[in-house]
Design a protein around this ligand. Structure first.
Ligand code: HEC
Ligand code: HEC
Ligand code: HEC
Ligand code: HEC
Length: 219
């Protein structure tokens, strides 16, 4: 009943903002792909708890934002690519490591709050969202944004970009898209859906006409 009411409220707010899709409700995590409050395995009925809790969090990921999900212990094959100028970390770090807690397919989605289930057909991440542990065929992450040696990258400090769904924020590539000077999953995706573009895969910017790619790459 409570869930029902929240959903109805979300739908009303969504319509009031002129958003066409109710299932993707950009602007909040509620109703997004990361809203697990109604999952059969989530008895709490809460949203944040799958990834964050106020106390007694995962000590093994230091400096992560109150991280409550079992971290991945897998060893990942990193991108080596063609002609990389930046430095790719030897292992995923920062936000990417948190995303891979679920998206490398080695830890169950319902493994949080100290539970340690391994993936089964019920709680494993779906195949299309499972990047696996071999990241050499994915866009580089945990890579420095080396706009000095790679002159086909727009200057991170001085290029202003706008992200979000028309209500987004404007700022430099460095401030809005990079984390400690590095490209991470969160450079392109907004895990909370706050500034993601409706109808995309939680992208911080529409990729129509490859706009997202052209934000960083001067091609
Ligand atoms: C599916 C996992 C997931 C869920 C669910 C989730 N978060 Fe997060 N959260 C993350 C990740 C990953 C980061 C760090 C990377 C980032 O901010 O992009 C983060 C960072 C944060 C931060 C610190 C950085 C910032 O964005 O301000 C806050 C605060 C936060 N989350 C609050 C919440 C709250 C409140 C909820 C529930 C309404 C929530 N999160 C639900 C994954 C999640
Ligand atoms: C608690 C586990 C968990 C964490 C942590 C997590 N995700 Fe997800 N994510 C999921 C699940 C489950 C789905 C739904 C997959 C599906 O469609 O079946 C999903 C879906 C997505 C999608 C597809 C969205 C759509 O609308 O189809 C994207 C993009 C995504 N996640 C990116 C991220 C990024 C980036 C991070 C880290 C900043 C992250 N996720 C962290 C579990 C997680
Ligand atoms: C350089 C930008 C970029 C980075 C970095 C990036 N992604 Fe994506 N990702 C995209 C784009 C663009 C799409 C949408 C592709 C499409 O719609 O066909 C996408 C799609 C996805 C999907 C949806 C797959 C599906 O078919 O449902 C997931 C899940 C996802 N990314 C997770 C991640 C995770 C986890 C990371 C970090 C390890 C990451 N992404 C890093 C750009 C990026
Ligand atoms: C947040 C900035 C950013 C965005 C957005 C982005 N990239 Fe990148 N991309 C980078 C950086 C940084 C590198 C590493 C470049 C280097 O050091 O040589 C890279 C590397 C690459 C490479 C590998 C180059 C090589 O030499 O192996 C390709 C290809 C690429 N990006 C394509 C894309 C595509 C396609 C998109 C859109 C889906 C995209 N990028 C979006 C920053 C970005």
């Amino acid at each position: 009943m409570k869930t029902q009411k929240i959903k109805q409220l979300a739908a009303v707010v969504g319509l009031a903002c002129g958003m066409a899709s109710m299932s993707t409700f950009a602007g909040t995590i509620t109703g997004s792909a990361h809203d697990f409050k109604a999952a059969t395995w989530n008895a709490s009925g809460e949203i944040c708890v799958v990834c964050h809790a106020p106390h007694n969090n995962q000590a093994s990921i230091l400096n992560a934002p109150l991280w409550n999900h079992t971290p991945t212990a897998a060893s990942h094959t990193m991108y080596t690519g063609f002609d990389i100028d930046g430095t790719v970390g030897t292992a995923p770090n920062g936000a990417s490591l948190l995303c891979l807690s679920c998206h490398d397919g080695t830890v169950a989605v319902d493994s949080f709050g100290g539970n340690t289930p391994v993936p089964t057909n019920i709680d494993a991440i779906n195949a299309n969202a499972n990047l696996g542990v071999d990241l050499s065929n994915d866009h580089p992450i945990s890579v420095t944004y080396d706009d000095v040696n790679d002159t086909e990258l727009h200057p991170a400090a001085t290029t202003d970009v706008t992200i979000g769904d028309g209500v987004g924020t404007t700022g430099s590539i460095a401030n809005l898209l990079l984390a400690a000077g590095e490209v991470q999953c969160s450079s392109c995706h907004d895990v909370h859906n706050t500034n993601a573009v409706t109808g995309t895969k939680l992208l911080v910017k529409s990729n129509a006409g490859s706009a997202l790619c052209l934000t960083c790459h001067n091609k």
